[in-house]
Structures are given as C-alpha cells and as structure tokens.
Write a protein that binds this ligand. Structure first.
Ligand SMILES: CSC[C@@H](O)[C@@H](O)C(=O)COP(=O)(O)O
Ligand SMILES: [Zn+2]
Length: 216
C-alpha cells in the first residue's frame, strides 16, 4: 500500500488523536523542556511497509501549532514534502512498529522512570510484583511478576535500536531508556495511553516502595 492510498479521513483521525493525547499529557507536565514524542500508525501494516504520524522534533509540546506532526514511512523518511523534521527518536518508533505491529507509540520523560531505571540498571529491568495496575498492561494473572526492560541511552539513536530489538518483550508493552523515559505502545491510541499511564503509576509505586524499605 502506498501512502497516497491511505484515506484522508484516516490521516486526519490520527492527527486528531495525537492532538488530544498531547494536550492531556502536557496538562500532566509530561513534556518538560520539549521532551517526549508521540506517534499513531495509519493504513495497512506489514513489517516491511507501514506509515505513521509523529511529532515534529524539538517543538514545544504544550502548545498546538500547524507544524506539530508529519507522516513518515518504515524508514522514518517523510512521506510528503515538508520542512519539518520528525522526532529525533523516530527510529525507535520504527523499530517498535516493525517488531510489534502496534497502532500507537507514546514516549514521555518522568523523574520516576529516570530514577528507577538507574536504580535497577545493573539488572537491566525494573521488577514489579503483584501490583494491581499490572492489569492495565493487559496482564491478568494473580500476583503477576513483570520485568520492564531497560536499554542504554546512547546519544546516537541508531545505537539504541539494536538493544530495543534484543530486549523488547512482547508480553510487556513498554521499554525504558536509562535515565531518560518510557516508550509504551498499544493496538491503538486508547491502549497506548492506558499502558503509559499504568507504567507511570508502577514506576512511582516501585520508587516509593524502594524508598520505604531503604534499599541499598
Ligand atoms: C529536549 S530533551 C528530549 C530529547 O532529547 C528527546 O529525548 C525527546 O524525547 C524529544 O525529542 P524530539 O526530537 O522532540 O522528539
Ligand atoms: Zn526522549
């Protein structure tokens, strides 16, 4: 399927979803200092051909402008003539879509995710035990244990991609970049939002639990 074959309404819907999620996350203070990026996939999917709308790089995500988003292909290249640059982290979105076929991917920076990713860096995963909001990740076993993978935060994004390939766990709809933030995805924007909110809750829980226990 060529990008031009995708219906205009579908593209407009993706942009409307991005706009409303961006506004909500901004109201929570999740885009400090222009950080964070969001994307929603459009059209049919195969691992070799897909398209998505993504936030343009370096924008103030607390405001709406006509230059907030652009469409890119499976290589992260713009689908239409534009002076906008896609997010600097577009290749991470590309790899997550390629591996999972997700419908939306959201990335935010939070102090809790950054602190606990460093705290658990040696084990390369944040462990969470039996917390109810694990069910928000669509994992329904009682007293489930999950390990949320952490990958390196290299300045060159292409160096991060192979770690995402290696560490992404299809049962867990998220991956943490060390001292950076969370990527969460889902079949659509509704699910990706539920996942990122659940992760952020779990990070704060784990942080507070570790503090309470005075772990060394
Ligand atoms: C300004 S700090 C954040 C960036 O380095 C990056 O991690 C980020 O999340 C936003 O980059 P962007 O290129 O705007 O998508
Ligand atoms: Zn980031």
């Amino acid at each position: 399927m060529a990008f031009s074959d995708i219906k205009l309404e579908q593209k407009q819907q993706a942009l409307a979803e991005l706009r409303s999620v961006k506004e909500l996350f901004a109201s929570r203070g999740w885009f400090a200092g222009t950080s964070g990026n969001l994307s929603v996939r459009v059209g049919d999917y195969t691992p070799d051909e897909f398209y998505f709308a993504i936030t343009a790089s370096g924008k103030d995500k607390t405001v709406h402008t006509p230059e907030d988003y652009l469409f890119v292909d499976k290589d992260g290249k713009a689908c239409e003539a534009t002076s906008l640059k896609p997010s600097a982290e577009t290749l991470i979105h590309n790899e997550i879509y390629r591996l999972t076929g997700a419908g939306a991917i959201f990335h935010v920076h939070s102090v809790y995710s950054a602190v606990i990713s460093e705290w658990f860096w040696e084990r390369k995963a944040v462990p969470v035990d039996g917390v109810e909001l694990i069910k928000g990740l669509n994992i329904w076993e009682e007293e489930a244990h999950i390990d949320i993978p952490i990958v390196s935060n290299f300045a060159e994004i292409p160096r991060i991609v192979p770690e995402v390939t290696e560490r992404l766990d299809k049962r867990i709809p998220g991956i943490i970049l060390r001292k950076h933030g969370i990527y969460a995805w889902g079949a659509n924007a509704f699910e990706a939002k539920r996942h990122i909110e659940s992760f952020e809750f779990l990070f704060e829980y784990v942080y507070r639990w570790e503090m309470l226990n005075g772990r060394k």
